[in-house]
Design a protein around this ligand. Structure first.
Ligand code: NAP
Length: 248
């Protein structure tokens, strides 16, 4: 069965590793090409956009793809929408490999917001030490609140980082562990963290560390996506694939 995995996440990575050893599947992993040194899988891969819904539909036909797994990040809305539309037109089964979102627990001090702009507002007027972990896009929005001191953590250097008046950049790729997250928050005297509600284990230790230290988290809620079959782990995807392979 020829399958396309839309990637850019640790889940996509795990799925690529899993299907690599299974002769029943010929899988290709697709990456957007956003990070400079992406992890390269043990299966064929391609890098770069398809050219919207039409480009993806043409690719699916040219490569005779029989099923698509959308294992992109929960905030990669455009790619997921394109996959949904292209697969519907081409009548190709589509499933999402995704992570349940994080739920606030006792002791969490979350301020839940809808988007980056409301996250900026939620920081308030008094100067604070802010850890920005929401990714390298839309950093410039925080320039509207120049009174804060920003510590920015991203994988690659953000293009608009210089727009932030007071900032320091840490280039780091997860997963992160609890002890180093605690150390970072304490050493840097962080007052508030800005995070997307990405779900998953790789970036959760900062949320646990914030809980332990009583630090606020401005949590950006997930955008709503139209439903497709959702799988929460690799074996669920394998079962879904097997069911679709068996279908006439
Ligand atoms: P997006 O806004 O949903 O997608 C924008 C465009 O990028 C898509 O229309 C598509 O271009 C291209 N694209 C995205 N993912 C692709 C993939 N896996 N393979 C080929 N083309 C892809 O995506 P984004 O939020 O910028 O995220 C880009 C990538 O980074 C995704 O693969 C995602 O899994 C990963 N990522 C995103 C976040 C996040 O917070 N958004 C966090 C961690 C990782 P065309 O229309 O030309 O096909």
């Amino acid at each position: 069965m020829r399958i396309l995995i839309l990637g850019g996440t640790s889940e996509a990575r795990a799925l690529a590793q899993r299907v690599a050893g299974d002769a029943a599947y010929q899988a290709t992993l697709s990456l957007a090409g956003r990070t400079r040194n992406p992890w390269l899988p043990p299966i064929p891969f391609r890098i770069g956009g398809f050219g919207g819904v039409d480009g993806l539909r043409d690719y699916l036909a040219a490569e005779a793809i029989e099923a698509v797994i959308d294992a992109t990040h929960p905030f990669a809305l455009q790619m997921s929408d394109n996959a949904r539309l292209a697969c519907a037109t081409a009548q190709i089964p589509l499933a999402a490999l995704t992570r349940p979102e994080w739920e606030a627990q006792a002791g969490d001090r979350w301020i839940v917001v809808d988007d980056i702009d409301t996250a900026v507002e939620a920081l308030g007027d008094a100067p604070r030490r802010v850890l920005l972990t929401h990714g390298r896009l839309r950093l410039a929005a925080f320039a509207r609140r120049p009174q804060h001191d920003y510590l920015v953590r991203t994988i690659d250097r953000p293009d608009d980082i210089e727009m932030l008046p007071q900032h320091r950049l840490i280039l780091e790729r997860g997963p992160f562990d609890g002890a180093s997250e605690l150390r970072l928050l304490e050493n840097e005297q962080i007052d508030v963290i800005v995070s997307k509600n990405s779900g998953g284990a790789a970036t959760y230790p900062k949320i646990e560390a914030a809980r332990e230290l009583g630090i606020s988290v401005v949590m950006i809620r997930r955008p709503k996506a139209d439903a497709v079959a959702e799988c929460f782990d690799v074996e669920a995807v394998m079962a879904w694939l097997a069911a679709h392979r068996a279908a006439p």
